[in-house]
Design a protein. Sequence first.
Length: 492
Amino acid sequence: MHKRTAIIDIGSNSARLVIYEQSSRYGFRLICEQKSKVRIGEGAYNNGGLLHPVGIKRAYNTLSSFKQTIENYKAHRVSCVATSALRDAPNSKDFIQLIKDKLKLDIKVIDGKKEAYYGGIAALNLLTKKDMITVDIGGGSSDMTLIRNGKIEDTHSLNLGTVRLKELFFDNNEKIEEAKEFIKQELLNLPKSFKQETVVAIGGSARTIANTIIQTSNYPLNKLHGFKYELNKYEGFLSSIVSSNMDNLDSFEISPDRYDTIREGILIFLEIAKHIEAKNVITSGVGVREGVFLTHFLKSSNLKFPNNINPSMQNILDRFNSPMGAKLAGQKRQAIKRLAEIFSSHFGIKKIFLQELQNAITMSEIGKNLTIYKAHKHSFYIALEELNYGFTHKQIILTALLLRVGKKAKIKQSVYKKFKSILPSKNILKWHVFLYSITLSIFEFSNDAKIGFEFTDLTLFIISDKPLYLLREVLKDIEKPADFKIEVIDSK
């Protein structure tokens, strides 16, 4: 069985368990996720930070259940971290000792800067390499990481959390203006270097914001991780949620389990974003838990995936790829690159998305591991659901759509219409579909032949040292995006 790692994250509001399964040196996937709204810090922020019996009991019962799940999944490694509520509580040591004695779980309380660091590690490896500031809004604190040139420059933790604000300002006679002033005063502690156009939003409030925007804007891809939006377009909409009363939150497509703290979360996020002069928001589905996991998973590679490795794609290949192997995949990538160069130079294609073409051709066999019938449709759905880490939504959709077309270079119109708003122009898309389909066809019927290409007199010559009879038949059905010929020169 592949190695499995369990991570427990105890926050002020929720406790979560995730279990990751390693499929290869750099491939992994999430196989289990459980969550409980333990509210271990309930009542603490008005009472000197002390944990109350009701919160302790909920946390104990949740961790007991998590422990059983971990045993059922036979995890090889377990890490349990706790954040704001436990580090603020004078009686946290008693709770930690109770869990160790009764459940044999060792809880490591991490400070805000470490919490921010884990979020930064996760964002850098599993979301984007852009200059950014990560903002992880929790129940008791908001933890931030400044990232430039692919490196973590600084971290900072603010005493701003959804549960903290709820108990101080929202539970009795909602005092929104006072809450704003409290946030602004705390932001004065943030180093002046924390200014950036791109903010990566981490945590439950961030995911709720993204989901609300997706549901109310007819965005075509229902995927939170990597969802990007311009802040100025939605600032007014988000502010209206903050000023709304709890009874009206259902009109904003917000899940009922988020009603009690979402206004506090949005208020904190908007004030932080304004302070750091953010313009663009990228929603992260990863954070502390993934950071804890990666700190161990990547410890021998300087906490970074190699430049040519994407963990989502690697895991897909580990689980679904054909036995033909890496050598053939490399030949396919070289061939599609050469064809892209040929047609780009002769037809003046403005933009070639080479990475997406190479990703699609590398994964072209994955659907066959379910069944050869309609394999291209299976490939499409696998890519759509499982290409997560390190891909933009545009990259996911283009790669999945290429896998969907198969060998005839025809775009399914219903699929195109659904995702049109985040796809390249139709002309550019037709060229990419053609390049993918012709490369796929060549390698399906080449039988280990040495393949070369030449383009003269508006004719693409496919040159082979072995017979390519079946390829000639297939080429007749491939839809071309321009007026040119295709001829096969082979050893007959």
